[in-house]
Design a protein around this ligand. Structure first.
Ligand code: BJW
Ligand code: ZN
Length: 250
């Protein structure tokens, strides 16, 4: 499928939903979940750190991993793919951006209609009483990560703080999946950017949209797992700007 054909499909759409994953932030220098990461954290599988069981077993290990990722995310800047989705939001009457990413780069780029299915990296939540607060970032950890850092404790109840993200086996934020499913069902086009589509329930949005009649356009350097209408093979930062600007000018 050519970029030109995808541009024509997108230009005709009045309702668009977008599903993004870690690949869209790879072009901002953030490691993906299932790709190579390098350095200290190379030895750990993210799937085995992003669980309530891992935090219960070894809170200092899990906390140190998140403090490293917070430092990387704080230093990262939104890239042309994030900005192209801001342009798309402004051009489409019915638009919803559903992201699995916790890095906050969509909002920092200027996207407004964002559903963050897996929570927010830059917030803490008390593992005891649930109270939320802004996270503290230690920027030096981006260059000099540490393998263990004890999580701070809640001022109210004394339990350790955890990042306000969704780990395996945990429920998504209240109403988030329902709103995402509604947007996918109403969409004429679903744009799927930089996700391996292996994590549920987020991945179910793709067949859901397709069954409801949406055209599915995938942007990924790797071949997509399921049925798609249009696969654009390459990096999001290279492909999304020409796709969106080709469809809507500017
Ligand atoms: C580029 C690129 C470039 C690279 N440009 N692209 C049904 C079937 C089977 C299992 C389940 C099921 N339903 C539920 C489950 C269990 C589980 C699950 O899905 N397991 C599977 C792994 C088998 N799901 C859950 O547990 C979910 N919760 C749940 O179901 O709760 C039920 C419940 C209900 C009520 C009460 C209680 C419970 C929760 C899932 C939470 C996922 N959390 C994480 C961590 C978030 C915090 C953090 O960031 O640390 O979310 S895991 C991780 O995976 C993270 C990501 O958002 C998510 C998706 O990964 P993503 O974004 O796709 O990244 P990658 O690395 O996999 O892919 C990157 C892609 O980019 C690749 O394709 C590259 O090719 C591409 N790429 N460079 C464009 N430049
Ligand atoms: Zn507390």
């Amino acid at each position: 499928m050519s970029l030109e054909q995808a541009t024509i499909v997108l230009r005709a759409a009045r309702a668009v939903a977008v599903l993004t994953g870690a690949g869209i932030s790879a072009d901002s220098g953030l490691p993906t979940f299932r790709g190579a990461r390098g350095g200290l954290w190379e030895r750990f599988r993210p799937e085995s750190l992003a669980t309530p069981e891992a935090f219960a077993r070894d809170p200092a290990l899990v906390w140190a991993w998140y403090q490293w990722r917070r430092a990387l995310a704080a230093r990262a800047q939104p890239n042309p793919a994030h900005f192209a989705l801001v342009t798309l939001e402004r051009a489409i009457p019915a638009f919803t951006l559903v992201t699995q990413n916790v890095d906050g780069l969509h909002r920092r780029a200027g996207s407004e209609r964002v559903i963050a299915l897996h929570g927010e990296l830059m917030r803490d939540r008390c593992s005891g009483c649930g109270r939320e607060s802004a996270a503290t970032v230690a920027p030096e950890l981006a260059d000099a990560p540490r393998e263990r850092i004890d999580p701070p404790r809640c001022a109210d109840c004394g339990a350790p703080l955890r990042p306000a993200v969704v780990w395996f086996g945990e429920a998504l934020p209240d109403g988030a999946m329902e709103r995402a499913a509604e947007a996918a069902a109403l969409a004429e086009v679903l744009l799927v950017v930089g996700t391996s589509q292996v994590v549920y329930p987020a991945a179910s949005l793709v067949p859901l949209a397709r069954r409801a009649g949406a055209r599915v356009i995938v942007v990924n350097p790797e071949q997509s797992p399921g049925d798609v209408d249009l696969q654009l093979t390459g990096r999001a930062a290279d492909l999304l700007p020409p796709l969106v600007h080709g469809a809507f000018g500017a």
